[in-house]
Design a binder for this molecule. Sequence first.
Ligand code: PLP
Length: 412
Amino acid sequence: MYINEKIRNLATSVEKEITPYFERIDEIARFNQEKVLDAFIKNRVGENCLNPSTGYGYGDVGRETLEAIYADVFGAEDALVRHNIVNGTHCLTISLFAVLRPGDTLLAATGKPYDTLEEVIGIAGNSGGSLKDFGVSYKQVDLIDGDVDLEGITKALTPDVKTVILQRSKGYDWRDTLSCEKLGKAITHIKSINPDVCCIVDNCYGEFAETTEPSQHGADLVVGSLIKNPGGSLAQSGGYIVGKKEYVELAAFRQTAPGIGKECGATLGQNRYMYQGLFMAPHIVAQAIKSAVFAGALMQKLGYEVNPKPEANHYDIIQAIKFNDKDKLIKFIQGIQKASPVDSYALPMPWDMPGYQHEVIMAAGTFVSGASIELSADAPIKPPYVGFMQGGITYESARLAIMNAAAEIYED
Ligand SMILES: *Cc1c(COP(=O)(O)O)cnc(C)c1O
């Protein structure tokens, strides 16, 4: 690893400035740890829960107990937690197809959803089997100055709108992450106009960043990936859906088959990782947010605009850095990869990744392939060349990689 003296000194001074912000992060982690541990105890987790099932997986006590724990932790009625949901996009797709029917309209209330959902909805690409192919229309209300446009939502909420999707995190946008409180206000507003609308929150990267989750603020379904926050870096694959019982059942019918739902699904030895990962998640998320604060502070010192600012409340684990320069962006991301524990010798390059409309570069020198709760950095290759860095399962290791990435462009 190559970190010059100047970057090391800068890091030391930056760290003195940001230490006071860590107290709030630790406090949230303490609160969430108690919530998670309480749920383990209440649901009587035993050694038997960690054992694998095979075949149909009927009566897998580990799977059923873990789903009860997720429901408790998220303050929800029910949960579907499965290792064989392939990623966050798949999990969101299951939820959308579960609740929408031909002739319905889907409304995106926080601007355009995450890039990979464009082909799912049918507004980009020409993939067969999109919502559009099944006769589901789509409209969206953009954020105004980073805030939810309640008036716009009022106008857009025509009777054909059966489902509203809201996104907590910024995705690949230069915008503020929405706090649970803001999401809650938007959902309350939507329900005041039509209480029967199903509100789905894309919760990716937001879990355990606050002391509550969107399911405790009126969301009907809350969806996320297990190779992000709630998997605690140990889950090897998977996704979760929590929320109202009737909607979780529909999601389970979509994930397996109508009439079978949650009753089937062998866990094949994945339970142990999902349990221990959830147990670790509050702490790991705190490590990731501290890493984000450090990166924001260091890059700001080097003259780059960052979002969120180091002193701001972090509502997810993402740190966005505006490079205004394609080369610097690419070098920074490569610098993160070079200081990773796995595949440090691989050089990430921009490529046409499935599901994305721009070339994307991704650094993920991770133990679980592509897991972005581990330190990772990625960016669509388009002006103003914003890099999105997230994760870090130990603050100490993420800090080194961020310094290494900063040194890469400092040399320029
Ligand atoms: C990661 C993410 C997704 C899903 O992405 P996958 O790579 O399919 O897991 C969706 N929405 C947001 C905001 C995300 O951060």
